[in-house]
Design a protein. Structure first.
Length: 106
C-alpha cells in the first residue's frame, strides 16, 4: 500500500497466449525496480532494461527477433545517456549517437 492505495509489489511475470514468458521484472512500491527482460514469442530475448524507482537507469540492450543485437546504450534517470550503438538485422553496425545528459536532463 502506498498512500492507502494497493500497488504492485514483488516479482512480476507476463505470459503470452501460448504460455511463453513475454516479460519479467519486479515492482517495489508500485514502481519498476531492477532488471526487466522482454522476450519475443519465439523465445528469444527482445530487450533487457534496468530500473530504479520506476525510471530506466543503467544498461539497455535490445535484439531483433533473429537474435542479432539491435541497440545498446545506457539510461540515466529515464533519459538516454552516453554512447548508443545500433546494428542492422544482419549484424552490421549501422550507427551510433552520443547523448549528453548533464544533471539528469537532455
Amino acid at each position: 500500500m502506498v498512500e492507502g492505495k494497493p500497488v504492485k509489489d514483488g516479482f512480476f511475470i507476463l505470459y503470452g497466449a501460448g504460455g511463453d514468458k513475454l516479460l519479467e521484472g519486479a515492482y517495489r512500491d508500485g514502481k519498476q525496480q531492477g532488471e526487466w527482460t522482454m522476450w519475443y514469442e519465439n523465445g528469444r530475448r527482445a530487450a533487457v532494461d534496468h530500473y530504479r524507482d520506476g525510471l530506466q537507469n543503467g544498461p539497455h540492450t535490445s535484439w531483433y527477433a533473429n537474435g542479432v543485437k539491435a541497440v545498446e546504450g545506457n539510461y540515466r534517470d529515464g533519459r538516454r545517456a552516453g554512447n548508443w550503438q545500433r546494428w542492422e538485422p544482419s549484424g552490421r553496425k549501422s550507427g551510433q549517437q552520443l547523448y549528453e545528459n548533464p544533471g539528469g536532463r537532455g
